[in-house]
Write a protein that binds this ligand. Structure first.
Ligand SMILES: [Zn+2]
Length: 285
């Protein structure tokens, strides 16, 4: 199969759902290696441990930064986590993680972190805007909120995570975000759909330059989306762009010197198929 780069890859544990679900950097590398994913933009899991408040966010950010330092050819950039209830100390931690650890922005998940993609996130976005950074935003209802952010913070590049988990979600994103040059998209968890909202429909409406493959690990068996891309009616150049070429362009906004290694990963340890794909909760099925 062609190489893939994953722009939506969580490392850490989600403890706010039962059963808990997560993955280590090592298991992430093993899953990537088994499915021709040659690089990823890492971010923490939402719903992670928060017993110690912002110290837990700091620990999650350090896991991502350490992985990027250890495997810069595979993890060229990483994101921190934003928890709006940490207020200014959370903003300060994001600034520290970007200045001292080299993270390029943040991920947030409104449902798992209890907010609504409104003005409560502005202080965090201001930090990212100062660094011309990157935000991976999961939807909270309409994508209109993300389009509003993209207008307000033109120096930030946004990725809408799993832009098409339903027909309504896909049509909503097309209606609100198609004209925003600083919004990119990943197709994690996309059902095949019919011609009114399949992958070709998405490309026809959002163009083929800013749609990218995303795994949403550890919540989903991303090989389903790879199959969908490979079997779609899209031309081969468009498939290459979605699989990895668009992600290379995105990463190079933040790491101009980075060149992907297109050969497979050798994981630091071996996991069985069962350990990689069957032991991680119902949503991975
Ligand atoms: Zn996600």
């Amino acid at each position: 199969m062609r190489p893939y780069i994953d722009v939506h890859c969580h490392v850490g544990m989600t403890v706010s759902r039962a059963p808990v679900i997560g993955q280590s950097v090592g298991k992430c590398l093993a899953r990537m290696a088994s499915a021709d994913v040659i690089g990823a933009i890492l971010c923490p899991t939402a719903g992670g441990p928060q017993a110690r408040g912002v110290l837990d966010s700091r620990a999650q950010n350090e896991v991502i930064a350490n992985a990027c330092r250890k495997y810069p050819e595979r993890f060229p950039i990483g994101l921190g986590i934003a928890e709006v209830r940490h207020e200014q100390p959370g903003v300060d931690e994001l600034d520290r993680a970007m200045q001292e650890e080299g993270l390029v922005g943040f991920v947030c998940h409104p449902a798992l972190s209890g907010h609504s993609l409104g003005a409560e996130l502005h202080a965090f976005l201001e930090v990212v805007a100062m660094h011309n950074g990157l935000c991976l935003l999961h939807q909270a209802g309409s994508t209109q909120n993300i389009a509003t952010y993209a207008d307000r913070f033109p120096s930030i590049t946004f990725i809408i995570g799993h832009v098409s988990m339903s027909k309504a979600g896909q049509l909503d994103a097309i209606a609100h975000c198609a004209k925003q040059e600083n919004i990119w998209y990943d197709v994690a968890q996309k059902p095949v759909g019919d011609e009114s909202w399949d992958l070709a429909h998405l490309v026809n409406n959002l163009g083929n330059e800013q749609i990218m493959f995303g795994s949403d690990l550890p919540y989903y068996d991303f090989r389903l989306v790879q199959s969908q891309i490979e079997e779609s009616q899209l031309d081969d150049e468009t498939k290459e762009r979605i699989a990895y070429k668009n992600a290379v362009r995105l990463v190079q906004q933040f790491r101009p010197d980075w060149v992907p290694i297109l050969t497979p990963i050798t994981p630091p340890q071996n996991y069985s198929e069962v350990e990689m794909w069957d032991a991680n909760g119902a949503r991975l099925k």
